[in-house]
Design a protein around this ligand. Structure first.
Ligand code: SD4
Length: 295
């Protein structure tokens, strides 16, 4: 039975992010503030090597970040290929609130961030630099499934009034080509919501999520009456069918989380190992493990 408010985030690092987002909601702040506050926790944590500060770099040793945020009015803001700014989710929010656009990328996103008062910082930690130097020895691009159990963080919120907000932030696939943009800043791929229906968000190999418009499709299936679990499962099945003979299949992982307008939530992944954090009034903040197509 559904509970509102409810917060759901991908992976183990979702727990700390949920906690901060929950406290923000409880203070009476907006869903956008809760998303931003929650996701900033992962972005700032150097131990999370797949998001923000301390994220693994691209093959040129540069940390490049993707993030987006979306609200109940379908307003959204997104940054991609952003370097030198610790909190891309905050810049994405500024794109939503302060510009006539949805997406800013690369140097333009960086210049915009500076104009909004963000400071340039070095995001490559000694640990991540060392990992990159080790990688250079073989220089083989092969995404790692369930990277350290924290890949992208994607978060969905349904507030006490039943309004939806969502966000994603990531340093993307480690050792990607310089300039590569994943699913996470792309509305419809890494994140989508429709306040009449529900919201969905993705983690995993962004290329596969973009090819299939993953999160938008999950929301559309919920519109047709599928539960969040069923909708996530059907899209994972579709992604599997499209990729079973694809070169990406050996390292393909995708996972979705979803919440509907009633506050029912769910998730599903291609391979096992994916989990998400859920927070509500009744059961508190905990990890849950969704079903998966493969082990
Ligand atoms: C992306 N979904 O950029 C993100 C995270 C990732 O391997 O690193 N996937 O594709």
């Amino acid at each position: 039975i559904a509970k509102k408010p409810l917060i759901i985030s991908t992976w183990n690092h979702g727990l700390a992010a949920n906690q901060a987002a929950w406290e923000t909601l409880k203070k009476g702040e907006s869903g956008l503030s809760a998303i931003e506050t929650g996701l900033k926790i992962s972005e700032a944590d150097p131990k999370v090597r797949s998001v923000g500060f301390g994220g693994l770099p691209d093959r040129e040793g540069k940390v490049t970040l993707d993030a987006c945020i979306m609200d109940q009015n379908s307003d959204c803001g997104s940054v991609s290929f952003l370097q030198g700014i610790k909190h891309p989710i905050s810049v994405a929010r500024k794109v939503l609130e302060e510009t006539p656009h949805v997406m800013l990328t690369g140097q333009g996103a960086f210049n915009f961030a500076l104009s909004q008062g963000f400071k340039e910082e070095n995001l490559l930690t000694p640990e991540s630099e060392k990992a990159w130097k080790n990688w250079l020895e073989k220089s083989k691009y092969q995404p790692v499934i369930n990277i350290e159990n924290h890949d992208t963080i994607s978060m969905l919120i349904i507030d006490a009034e039943g309004n939806l907000t969502g966000g994603c932030t990531t340093s993307g696939a480690a050792w990607k080509m310089h300039g590569r943009v994943g699913d996470s800043p792309i509305i419809g791929a890494g994140l989508f919501l429709d306040n009449e229906v529900g919201g969905a968000a993705a983690t995993g190999l962004g290329e596969a999520v973009i090819r299939t418009a993953g999160s938008a499709m999950v929301v559309e299936l919920m519109r047709q009456g599928k539960s969040p679990n069923e909708a996530c499962k059907e899209i994972v099945e579709r992604i599997y069918n499209k990729h079973k003979n694809h070169k990406d299949m050996p390292y393909l992982q995708v996972g979705f989380i979803a919440v509907n307008k009633q506050g029912e939530y769910g998730g599903y992944s291609l391979r096992g190992g994916f989990n998400y954090a859920v927070c509500d009034e009744e059961k508190g903040n905990r990890m849950e493990k969704p079903g998966s197509k493969m082990t």
